[in-house]
Design a protein around this ligand. Structure first.
Ligand SMILES: [Zn+2]
Length: 82
């Protein structure tokens, strides 16, 4: 869950993990730890058709989530780190 200072969502002031409710470390609008930004625009074949969902997960909650998968996530090494 993200809170912004302005309506245009330019200045991020708070990021809270939707899974555990912990506030993530933020410095000058930049998250200082691992965060999974879940964003989806549900389409026609979904019962959520027309809805946009958003949530954020801290690394621990992300690990819990992917740990429940029957098939592991696909992992690749990033050659260029930003
Ligand atoms: Zn969490």
């Amino acid at each position: 869950m993200r809170q912004y200072q302005d309506q245009e969502k330019r200045v991020l002031i708070k990021v809270v993990c939707n899974g555990c409710g912990r506030e993530l470390q933020l410095e000058n609008g930049i998250v200082q730890e691992g965060v999974f930004p879940g964003r989806v625009n549900w389409g026609y074949f979904s019962r959520y058709d027309g809805e946009r969902h958003a949530f954020d997960l801290c690394e621990a909650c992300y690990e819990r989530l992917i740990g429940s998968f029957r098939i592991p996530v696909e992992t690749e090494e990033e050659t260029e780190l930003l």
